[in-house]
Design a protein around this ligand. Structure first.
Ligand code: NDP
Length: 287
C-alpha cells in the first residue's frame, strides 16, 4: 500500500438523549468538507445509564472527541482524565478532546459567547457592567467566562431564587467579579450603567418564538449591547425590541457557531471555517 493511502476516517460526534434533532452535525460536517478533512460527526443516542460505557467506547474506538448534550453534561465529569478550570467552575462539560490517551473535558458554550462578543461586536468584556437574565446552564457558562474575562460587575436576574443565588455565590466566591442577584418577578428595569445585557434564559426558544423576557424595555438604551442565546430563530422579539431602541444586537446563532468552531479547532487543530459553518446552520433553521 502506498504511504499516502489512508481510508481511515477520524470520528467525533455528540452523545445525548434525545439526539435525532441536534443540528450541530450539519455545521461540523460542512466545516470538514470545506477543509477537505476525512472526519465524521455522528449523532449518537446514549441513554443515561450507558454513559460510562459510551465513554469507554469512545476510548476504544480512538475517537478524537465528543460533544455532550442533555442529559450528560454534568454526569460526564466522572469519566474524564482532566477537566479544564472554567468547565470545573461551571460543573458542566459540553466538549471532550483528546491529548494522547487522555480525555479532557471543556466547555465551549461561554467561550462561544465571548468570541461572538469580541469578533462580531468588537467588545472587550473587561471592565463592563453586565446583566444576565437566567441562571441555568447557558447563564452559568456565560457568567463564568465573562467573570474570568474581568467583567467588572455582573447582575444575575432569575425567577427561581435558589438557582439565581447559587450562580451568584459561585461567581462571587470563585472569580474576581462583583456580583449581585435580583429575583425576577415582574418587568425588570435594566440599570442605567449597564453595558451588556444577555438573555440566557430559554424564553423565546422554538416553538414558543413569540415569547420575550419580561422587562421594562424602555430601560434599554442605544449605548447597550443586547445579546440573546436563542439561536432559532436568531432574530428574536427580544432583540427586535432592543434594536428598536437603538441598541446593538448579538444573536444566539453566532454563539452556537462559535462554540462549535472552538470545538472544531480543539479536535482537528485547524481554524474552523466559521462563515461556511454559520451558513450551513442558518439554512437548517430556515427550513
Ligand atoms: P436551563 O433549563 O438550564 O435554564 C433555563 C433558564 O431560563 C432558567 O434560568 C429559567 O429560570 C429561565 N426561564 C425559563 N422560562 C422562564 C420564564 N418563563 N420566566 C423566567 N425565567 C425563565 O436551560 P439552559 O441554560 O441550558 O438553556 C437556556 C437557553 O440557552 C436555551 O434556549 C438553549 O437553547 C440556549 N443555549 C444556546 C446556546 C448557543 O450556543 N446559542 C448554547 C447553550 C444553550 P428558573 O431557574 O426560574 O427556572
Amino acid at each position: 500500500m502506498s504511504p499516502e493511502i489512508n481510508y481511515k476516517a477520524e470520528l467525533v460526534g455528540v452523545f445525548g438523549h434525545p439526539i435525532a434533532e441536534n443540528p450541530t452535525i450539519v455545521m461540523q460536517e460542512a466545516g470538514f468538507r470545506e477543509l477537505g478533512l476525512n472526519w465524521r460527526y455522528l449523532n449518537i443516542e446514549v441513554y443515561p445509564d450507558d454513559l460510562a460505557a459510551a465513554v469507554q467506547g469512545l476510548r476504544a474506538m480512538n475517537m478524537q472527541g465528543i460533544n455532550l448534550t442533555i442529559p450528560h453534561k454534568v454526569a460526564v465529569l466522572h469519566y474524564l482524565d482532566e477537566v479544564a478550570e472554567d468547565a470545573k467552575l461551571m460543573g458542566a462539560v459540553n466538549t471532550v478532546r483528546r491529548e494522547g490517551n487522555r480525555l479532557i473535558g471543556e466547555n465551549t458554550d461561554g467561550k462561544g459567547f465571548l468570541r461572538a462578543l469580541r469578533d462580531d461586536a468588537n467588545i472587550d468584556p473587561a471592565g463592563q457592567n453586565v446583566v444576565i437574565l437566567g441562571a441555568g446552564g447557558a447563564a452559568r457558562a456565560i457568567g463564568v467566562e465573562l467573570a474570568l474575562a474581568e467583567a467588572a460587575h455582573i447582575t444575575i436576574v432569575n425567577r427561581s431564587v435558589q438557582r439565581g443565588q447559587d450562580l451568584t455565590t459561585l461567581l462571587e466566591d470563585k472569580t474576581p467579579a462583583q456580583v449581585a442577584f435580583v429575583e425576577w418577578n415582574g418587568a425588570y428595569a435594566i440599570p442605567a450603567q449597564t453595558n451588556i445585557v444577555v438573555n440566557a434564559s430559554s424564553i423565546g426558544l422554538y416553538p414558543d418564538i413569540t415569547a420575550k423576557p419580561d422587562l421594562d424595555y424602555d430601560t434599554i438604551t442605544a449605548d447597550m449591547i443586547v445579546c440573546d442565546v436563542i439561536p432559532n430563530p436568531p432574530r428574536t422579539p427580544f432583540l427586535k425590541e432592543a434594536e428598536a431602541r437603538g441598541a446593538r444586537a448579538l444573536d444566539g446563532l453566532g454563539m452556537l457557531v462559535y462554540q462549535g468552531a472552538i470545538a472544531f479547532k480543539m479536535w482537528t487543530g485547524y481554524d474552523a471555517p466559521v462563515e461556511v459553518m454559520h451558513q450551513a446552520l442558518a439554512e437548517v433553521f430556515k427550513s
